[in-house]
Write a protein that binds this ligand. Structure first.
Ligand code: AMP
Ligand code: MG
Length: 322
């Protein structure tokens, strides 16, 4: 009986012309990005979204020599500032602000150190102490100078060996941009997943009590059940963890989130940190910062940000929701 009902129902859907497009996936921003627009999905809208994501990648990527960030990096130490777009300028402004507020636990000037370790690339290796010590001399966000002159936006790196890397914030920024685009196109609901950087957009259903439920992956065993389910009306959930990108040498894990005090993968007492807020850019940068700072990080008190929620998972798998 149930089967018959289902068949009739699906026939009705087709006869009303309501075939729903599948979610779309592309490799952008160095990760797998999937967008689900549910019944508002169309070829054209999905194309616009992935074009917008690729445009962001082309401006921010340190792996593309023509990107705006690469141009700034190539001119490090030059007396001339480099012209950038307003969006690169604005993301850099937020990045510097969060660096200050988190005592550089989130640090956008770690490019030199990140390249040295090469974690997530074919050339990943453990650098010598001398190399780390040398790179650490060139990781000061204060060396990055932002200026706005007659309506043009400029960035200058004073120190020739300092390099910008916005890998810990750009996916959050991109998720906010896509949410803004969906708002303009009157999309009712969507799930934006940029390599685990999640934005749930719009009301999940007509019922106002029906919340989105986002699972927080178990960082100790990523294939196990989620350690926590976050319910939210709409907004972003971003996780930084030691399981995301790493290499192993002599039984030790070297993960991709570096501590600018030591120049090494953060020796934190946490396995993952998730940050929940309506601004994905804040979630992204803060997840990285809280992960580096560990359980005792107390930046929430000094940050002038909208209300945020956090889920900390420690190395034994214990979960603390705040
Ligand atoms: P996330 O996955 O958002 O925590 O970002 C990690 C990526 O950001 C790394 O792959 C590096 O490119 C960069 N990164 C690593 N450590 C830091 C840090 N302490 N602050 C800012 N960016 C970082
Ligand atoms: Mg981040």
């Amino acid at each position: 009986m149930k089967k018959v009902f289902l068949i009739i129902f699906s026939l009705l859907l087709v006869s009303c012309g309501k075939t729903v497009m599948e979610p779309q996936t592309q490799y952008v921003l160095g990760t797998v990005c999937t967008v689900n627009l549910f019944e508002d999905g169309s070829e054209e809208l999905y194309q616009d979204i992935f074009e917008a994501l690729n445009a962001i990648d082309n401006k921010f990527s340190v792996n593309k020599e023509y990107s705006e960030i690469s141009k700034v990096n190539q001119n490090a130490g030059s007396v001339n500032a480099v012209n950038v777009s307003q969006e690169v300028f604005e993301v850099m402004t937020v990045a510097k602000k969060i660096a200050r507020a988190t005592e550089n636990s989130f640090n956008p000037a770690l490019g030199t150190l990140i390249k040295l370790w090469g974690i997530g690339t074919d050339s990943a290796r453990i650098p010598s102490d001398d190399e780390i010590e040398e790179a650490l001399k060139h990781c000061d966000p204060d060396s990055i100078i932002l200026s706005e002159v007659d309506g043009s936006f400029k960035i200058q790196i004073l120190d020739a060996k300092t390099q910008i890397d916005l890998g810990a914030i750009v996916k959050g920024y991109a998720a906010d941009c896509i949410a803004e685009l969906l708002e303009k196109r009157n999309v009712k609901k969507a799930i934006i997943d940029l390599g685990g950087n999640i934005y749930v957009f719009g009301n999940k259903s007509e019922n106002p009590d029906d919340m989105w439920r986002v699972g927080i992956r178990n960082p100790i065993d990523p294939d196990a059940q989620p350690v926590e389910i976050v319910s939210l009306k709409s907004g972003s959930v971003v996780t930084s963890g030691n399981y995301e990108r790493f290499f192993e040498k002599d039984g030790k894990r070297y993960h991709h989130i570096l501590d600018s005090r030591t120049g090494r993968p953060a020796e934190t007492d946490l396995a993952s940190v998730s940050v929940i807020s309506d601004k994905s850019i804040d979630c992204d940068a803060l997840a990285t910062a809280f992960f580096v700072a560990g359980k005792s990080g107390v930046f929430e008190d000094i940050l002038d940000l909208r209300e945020i929620k956090t889920v900390f998972v420690d190395l034994s798998g214990k979960t603390v929701v705040k």
